[in-house]
Design a protein around this ligand. Structure first.
Ligand code: AMP
Ligand code: ZN
Length: 483
């Protein structure tokens, strides 16, 4: 294991804590996955890039990682706090398709984004509907002491546990900020752990339970899959910062009930020792909203010609706990930076993989990298350490390659698999193929060699009319780009 101790910011204590595994040599991580009723937007994908960097860092530190990401295909309502309709049911009705088909389509689309962003496969993608029986058993085990039944379902009484809402900090005794529209709830913050199908209705997804036909509440699934697959307490639970307010406090409340209900001064009662949350990717014009026409999916970036890993670079350039503002200019800048790194990597790509990273010339870069990544995953600084390593001169290229690969294993840019050509901006709407561009450029080069500047200029203008910008002498080595 590497020496710098790994410090992580625990949202539960709001402090940096040194990572101490529950099981020696292991790290068990649970990440709240997507609700597969629509395509993920790039903000959602920021949450998985963050979880991926966390997982890669734990592997880098020598821990045997078990990472679970779930797929929510039931239970998530249009409002996180028990209001509205089930997102899956709603989309299935709108599209007149079965929920199962909707779930399959959007799960596969999500996996494509995962792959395109070099996010490693977790040990398991756990699908909520595969755990219904276990959810019912879990609910049964806490129902007597912590729940009450209403016509609409089985509700968790948050006053039966200590410290409810501590993770969110903002919640007061009367559940400030919650709209209480479910009649009969004892406390505004009480939440459904089982939602009964209303009399006379049939839902596409419903199961028998001791509380009648219905479906589980969203928070229940993560408690159950976390416990079943990782065991309580496991090491780290992750999600976006919105989950710090409702979903995770409710998960913690259920876990406390399940674990015998101690207060949160005992971290083990919360199910996971460390709760980590990534901040949001924001965009001012509202294109992050899945209800807007052209919303910001990874595929939109690709269609506009950007390599998906430029977006990963953009995420890495910000600390995961800072808000990150999306802009096309920002994406372009991230792409240029990635391209510079790939250029440096291309020069050493053929070096034999020596595996030796221990050379005094790389010591400062390696120490900087180690300190940065150990300091609550400070990827912005870690990136500069990688750049420092790539810039070291007059050294054995095999060592340089080993050092860079070692760092990139954490950052996940895949520098040695990328080429500059693959990073070229290529909008889908381009009217000209790459072969045609290369052919015109070859003819232009031949014309220039013969000092036939009229032909050379004509070819350049023709390319410009098709949005191809010829870039003679570009320091980054792109001869052309599509505008
Ligand atoms: P959902 O599919 O809505 O459950 O969201 C999937 C993940 O994305 C969750 O961890 C959310 O907290 C996270 N998330 C949602 N919106 C954003 C955003 N704009 N930026 C970063 N993470 C987000
Ligand atoms: Zn969850």
């Amino acid at each position: 294991m590497t020496d710098a101790p790994l410090k992580l910011f625990n949202s539960l204590t709001r402090e940096l804590e040194t990572f101490q595994p529950v099981h020696t040599g292991e790290a068990r991580v649970y990440t709240c996955g997507p609700t597969v009723y629509n395509y993920p937007h790039i903000g959602n994908m920021r949450a998985y890039v963050f979880a991926d960097v966390l997982g890669r860092t734990l592997t880098h530190k020598g821990y045997e990682l078990t990472h679970i990401i779930n797929i929510t295909d039931v239970g998530h309502l249009t409002d996180d706090a028990d209001e509205g309709e089930d997102k899956m049911e709603k989309m299935a009705a709108e599209k007149a398709q079965s929920i199962w088909d909707i779930a399959k389509h959007y799960t596969e689309a999500y996996w494509e984004d995962i792959k395109a962003l070099n996010i490693r496969q977790p040990a398991k993608w756990s699908v909520a509907t595969d755990y219904i029986e276990e959810m019912i058993e879990f609910a049964k085990s806490i129902a007597d002491k912590h729940c009450y039944e209403l016509d609409s379902g089985l509700y968790f009484d948050v006053s039966t546990i200590e410290d409810y809402g501590r993770l969110a900090r903002a919640i007061t005794e009367d559940g400030e900020g919650r709209i209480d529209t479910v009649e009969g709830k004892r406390n505004a913050a009480d939440f459904a752990i089982w939602r009964k199908t209303p009399a006379g209705e049939t839902r596409q997804m419903e199961w028998d339970s001791p509380w009648g036909k219905g479906a589980p509440g969203w928070h229940l699934e993560c408690s159950v899959m976390g416990e079943k697959l990782l065991g309580f307490p496991f090491d780290i639970h992750t999600g976006g910062i919105d989950h710090r307010e409702i979903h995770h406090p409710n998960e913690i409340a259920q876990n406390q009930a399940f674990c015998g209900c101690g207060g949160l001064s005992e971290a083990t009662n919360s199910g996971a020792r460390i709760w980590m949350h990534n901040n949001f990717l924001v965009e001012r014009s509202g294109k992050m909203s899945k209800s807007s026409g052209e919303f910001l999916r990874l595929q939109l970036l690709i269609d506009k010609g950007y390599h998906p890993l430029a977006y990963r670079m953009m995420c890495l350039q910000a600390h995961y706990r800072s808000e990150l503002e999306f802009s096309w200019e920002g994406l372009e800048a991230a792409l240029t930076r990635l391209k510079r790194m790939v250029m440096a990597a291309e020069r050493i790509v053929d070096a034999p993989d020596g595996g030796v990273t221990d050379h005094p010339k790389f010591k400062p870069a390696r120490e900087k990298f180690e300190a940065a990544i150990s300091d609550d995953l400070n990827t912005p600084i870690a990136l500069t350490a990688l750049e420092d390593a790539l810039a070291v001169k007059k050294v054995d290229t095999a060592i340089k390659r080993a050092v860079a690969e070692h760092m990139d294993a954490v950052l996940g840019l895949g520098l040695f698999q990328l080429t500059r050509a693959a990073l070229r901006v290529r909008p889908k709407s381009a009217e000209i193929s790459e072969e045609e561009i290369e052919d015109a450029l070859a003819r232009r080069k031949a014309a220039r060699a013969e000092k036939d500047f009229a032909t050379s200029d004509a070819l350049r203008d023709e390319l410009a009319s098709k949005s191809v910008e010829v870039m003679d002498g570009d320091p980054l080595g792109w001869d052309w780009k599509l505008g």
